[in-house]
Design a protein around this ligand. Structure first.
Ligand code: SF4
Length: 394
């Protein structure tokens, strides 16, 4: 989508004042973000998202779209929580509940290592058997066997659960996991911060202030993390904007968020199917564009292909997204809820999707060091390194 932003401003469009702010680098307000959501001019909203993405990336990287060669590990789907939108945990058919031994987790990690992955994204349900010791052992063993694999693991929800069970502070819990091998945190468990939505969805875990506190602590301890927003769970436009504003505020304070990931709920196997309005493709693209414009202090916005599907993820790249996530390997959570996307994309397929959308595929590591630019046949090494930037900045 190529629409000159100057034309939007000159044309006295209903969003011209917001376009001016995007060009001038002025922060947009809550009301501006709500107006973006209320507008039906998807082309203009997308053009603003694309402009903001390019500006953030800088001229030499304005076509870059990142991906990572990774795998997901979900050691257990047994969970004591009751979130109504979750069909991954506590499956009705009891035979499907599982809790992996440490050995089984290591076997799965070895399969990923054999495929050449450089990141493991590990999250699981909340259950007494998966305690702090269990995760410390997994982290230590994986790092001992595969030191080159980056461990992105443990949502804020899991940190809260483990710390409460051990009767230790969140900070001490994080320190123990970091000592065992934790290197960054995923952004899951944020859902929608608004309390009324959480109550309707029976979300008892990790209220907004705790989720934000744990990420702030992680940033102070030198970890990067991500942040998510789950839509299609009866939230309003205002709830989404307020969710992002809390993240923007936290990022101003601690600066360790790398990426924002808008997610959509899948309903298969949940009790809310038919009760809530399902986001349309239009809504999903607006989430990408508005987040790119509103979250001016987030380096990256993700088009999470496993949830959006490959086709909408491709379009989202011209709405402000600059990351397609990973090749993923095995993923259980979204697929338990009915996602029909493949379980794994080959690197070549990922690069093809990005190139075909008119962008340059860039393989990255977890913290956005560049591994190579261009398709597999067009490798260019890059020596950028941000490894200790954050820790040093604190
Ligand atoms: S969303 Fe997370 S905390 Fe809630 S039931 Fe599912 S696994 Fe448990």
């Amino acid at each position: 989508m190529e629409l000159a932003i100057e034309k939007i401003i000159e044309g006295k469009h209903q969003l011209s004042d917001i376009a001016e702010k995007v060009v001038n680098g002025t922060r947009i307000t809550r009301d501006d973000a709500i107006r973006l959501y209320q507008s039906n001019d998807l082309t203009v909203i997308g053009a603003l998202g694309e402009y903001a993405r390019k500006k953030k990336a800088g001229q030499d990287k304005e076509k870059y779209v990142y991906y990572i060669h990774n795998m997901h590990l979900n050691p257990t789907n047994i969970c004591g929580e009751t979130c109504k939108f979750c069909s991954y945990a506590n499956p009705a058919e009891k035979g499907k509940a599982y809790m992996w031994s440490v050995e089984r987790v290591l076997e799965e990690a070895a399969k990923g290592a054999a495929l050449g992955i450089n990141e493991i994204h590990m999250v699981g349900g909340l259950t007494p058997a998966a305690d702090l010791k269990y995760y410390e052992t997994i982290l230590k063993e994986i790092k001992a066997k595969f030191p080159h694999i980056h461990m992105k693991a443990m949502t804020a929800v899991e940190i809260e659960y483990l710390a409460d069970r051990e009767k230790i502070s969140y900070e001490d819990c994080l320190k123990r996991l970091i000592a065992a091998g934790l290197q960054s945190m995923p952004g899951g468990g944020a859902e929608i911060f608004d309390e009324s939505v959480r109550q309707r969805m029976a979300v008892k875990k990790t209220p907004a202030h705790v989720w934000l506190e744990i990420h702030g602590l992680a940033h102070k301890l030198g970890l990067y993390s991500n942040a998510t927003m789950l839509t299609g769970i009866s939230e309003s436009v205002e709830n989404k904007v307020d969710h992002m504003l809390l993240l923007r505020e936290q990022q101003d304070k601690t600066g360790g968020f790398q990426c924002f990931i808008p997610l959509k709920c899948y309903y298969e196997g949940t009790t809310i199917k038919g009760e809530v309005e399902e986001p349309t493709g239009y809504d999903l693209l607006k989430d990408v564009a508005v987040s790119r414009i509103l979250l001016d202090n987030f380096p990256h916005i993700k088009a999470y292909w496993i949830q959006l599907g490959e086709k909408i993820a491709q379009i989202a790249l011209s709405f402000g997204a600059d990351d397609m996530d990973g090749t993923i390997g095995e993923e259980k959570i979204t697929h338990a809820a009915g996602a029909m996307t493949p379980l794994q994309l080959a690197k070549e397929e990922m690069e093809y999707l990005i190139s075909q959308a008119g962008y340059t595929p860039v393989e990255r590591d977890t913290i956005y060091n560049i591994k190579h630019v261009g398709g597999s046949g067009d490798v260019q090494a890059s020596a950028s390194s941000r490894t200790s930037e954050l820790a040093h900045a604190k």
